[in-house]
Design a binder for this molecule. Structure first.
Ligand code: NAD
Length: 380
C-alpha cells in the first residue's frame, strides 16, 4: 500500500504524533527556486545530526516526510554504531532529479541547512551528487562528502570496502576460528564501487568467489583480476546467486534481498556485505538466526564511508579514517557475542548496542544546541 494511502490527508493527521521520536522537523519552502524540502533531525544526543539529502519525485508530502523520519532515525543508529560523535538526521528534496535540479535550488537548500546553525550536516544520497552540493557549500559549512578538490574525503567506497573486509574477517573468526579471508568461498552480488573492491581484496588473499552483476564489463574485469591472484572466480546468473553453496553471501547491490524467498534458498553460513537495508523486515533477521545463518548488520559493516564523511569535519585524514574503520571488526564481534548471550538476532543486538550508547551519553550531553559549536570542527 502506498504510504500516502496509509496516512490520509485529513485533519486527523497529527504531525507531532508522527514525529514523536524526533527532535525537530523543518519544512523548507522557496517558491523562487521551486525548492520544497524536509529536514528531519532524529536525535542529537551524540552530536549534531548527520545524514544525506535525497531527491525524489515523492507522490505526496506525507510520503516525503515518512522517508525523512525513517531514514533520519536509521542515521542515529548508524552514527552511534560507528562512534562518530554525530546524531541522526536526513533531508529529502521533493522533485525529479533528472529535470528539477538547478544551482539556485541547491543554494537555497544550503541556506536552509545554514539556518540550523550547525545542528545538521548533509551531503549526497539517492538522487543527488557531489556536484549538486558544490552549490550548497557556497551558503553553508555544513556540507560533507564533497569532492577532494573542495576539501572532501573523495571516494567513500574505499573505506566502505575496507570496513566490509574487516567485518568478513570478524565473521570468519566466529565461523572458522581464524581471521583469514583466503581459502573461504564467497557469493558476491554486485561488483560496483564497493563490491569490486571487496572482491579484489578477497582474491588477493586467495579466496574462491561466485559473482554476479548486470554489468558485463565488471564481470570481465573480475575474471581478469583473478588470473593475477591465487583466488578463483566463477560467474553465475543473477537469480542463482542466492542458492550458491558458499561460506558467506556478500550482498553489495540491492536492499531487501534478505526475505522469505531468499532465506529458503541460502546455502551459506553467514551474510556480510555492504548493501543498505538488506533485511526486508526485522523479522527476517530472526529467521536467519533460526536457520543458523550469522548476519553482519548492514549499518555496522558498511559504516566505513560514514566514518570518512564524519572525519571531514576534523580536516580529512585517510590514515585516521582507516584506523577507525578497523574497529568495525570489534563492533561486529561484539554484536555476534551479545546476540549469542541474549538469544536475539544480530540486528536486535546491534540496535540494543546503539540505544545503550545513546542513553549512556545522554546523561552528560543531551539536545545539541546550535550555540554549541563543535570543538573539533575546523569548518566553524
Ligand atoms: P554501485 O552502484 O557502484 O554498485 C552496485 C552494483 O550492483 C553495480 O555494479 C550494478 O550493476 C550491480 N547490480 C544492480 N542490480 C543488480 C542485480 N540485480 N544483481 C547483481 N548486481 C546488480 O553502488 P556501490 O556504491 O558499490 O554500493 C553498493 C551497495 O552498498 C548499495 O546498496 C549502497 O547503498 C551500499 N553502500 C555503499 C556505500 C559507498 O560508500 N559507496 C556506503 C554504504 C553502503
Amino acid at each position: 500500500m502506498e504510504i500516502a494511502e496509509r496516512i490520509p490527508m485529513s485533519r486527523e493527521f497529527d504531525l507531532f504524533e508522527r514525529m514523536a521520536e524526533h527532535e525537530q522537523v523543518v519544512f523548507c519552502n522557496d517558491p523562487s527556486t521551486g525548492l520544497r524540502a524536509i529536514i528531519a533531525i532524529h536525535n542529537t544526543t551524540l552530536g549534531p545530526a548527520l545524514g544525506g539529502c535525497r531527491m525524489q519525485p515523492y507522490n505526496s508530502v506525507e510520503e516525503a516526510l515518512e522517508d525523512a523520519l525513517r531514514l533520519s532515525k536509521g542515521m542515529s543508529y548508524k552514527c552511534a554504531a560507528a562512534d562518530v560523535d554525530f546524531g541522526g538526521g536526513k533531508a529529502v528534496i521533493i522533485g525529479d532529479p533528472n529535470t528539477d535540479k538547478t544551482p539556485e535550488l541547491f543554494r537555497a537548500f544550503g541556506q536552509f541547512v545554514n539556518s540550523l546553525g550547525g545542528r545538521f550536516y548533509t551531503g549526497t544520497d539517492m538522487g543527488t551528487t557531489m556536484e549538486d552540493f558544490i552549490h550548497s557549500v557556497k551558503e553553508t559549512n555544513c556540507i560533507v562528502g564533497l569532492p577532494a578538490a573542495y576539501g572532501g574525503g573523495g571516494d567513500s567506497s574505499i573505506p566502505t570496502a575496507a570496513g566490509v573486509l574487516y567485518g568478513i574477517k570478524a565473521t570468519n573468526q566466529v565461523l572458522f576460528g581464524k581471521d583469514d579471508l583466503g581459502g573461504v568461498t564467497y557469493a558476491i552480488q554486485g561488483l560496483g564501487k564497493v563490491g569490486s573492491k571487496v572482491a579484489y581484496g578477497l582474491l588477493e588473499e586467495g579466496a574462491h568467489l561466485f559473482v554476479t552483476d548486470i554489468s558485463q564489463e565488471s564481470l570481465r574485469a573480475i575474471e581478469k583480476k583473478a588470473t593475477t591472484t591465487s583466488g578463483t572466480v566463477k560467474i553465475v546468473a543473477r537469480e542463482d546467486i542466492y542458492s550458491q553453496q558458499a561460506d558467506i553471501f556478500v550482498p553489495c547491490a540491492l536492499g531487501g534481498i534478505i526475505n522469505d524467498l531468499t532465506i529458503d534458498q541460502f546455502n551459506v553460513k553467514a551474510i556480510a556485505g555492504s548493501a543498505n537495508n538488506q533485511l526486508l523486515d526485522e523479522r527476517h533477521g530472526r529467521k536467519l538466526q533460526q536457520k543458523g545463518i550469522l548476519y553482519a548488520p548492514d549499518y555496522i559493516i558498511n559504516s566505513g564511508g560514514l566514518i570518512q564523511v564524519a572525519d571531514e569535519l576534523y580536516g580529512i585524514n585517510h590514515e585516521r579514517v582507516l584506523a577507525k574503520t578497523k574497529h568495525i571488526y570489534d563492533a561486529i564481534l561484539e554484536v555476534y557475542r551479545m546476540s549469542e548471550i541474549n538469544g536475539i538476532s544480530t540486528m536486535e543486538s546491534a540496535n540494543q548496542m546503539c540505544e545503550k550508547r545513546i542513553q549512556n551519553r545522554g546523561k552528560q550531553n543531551g539536545f545539541y544546541s546550535a550555540s554549541m559549536k563543535p570543538k573539533w570542527s575546523f569548518r566553524y
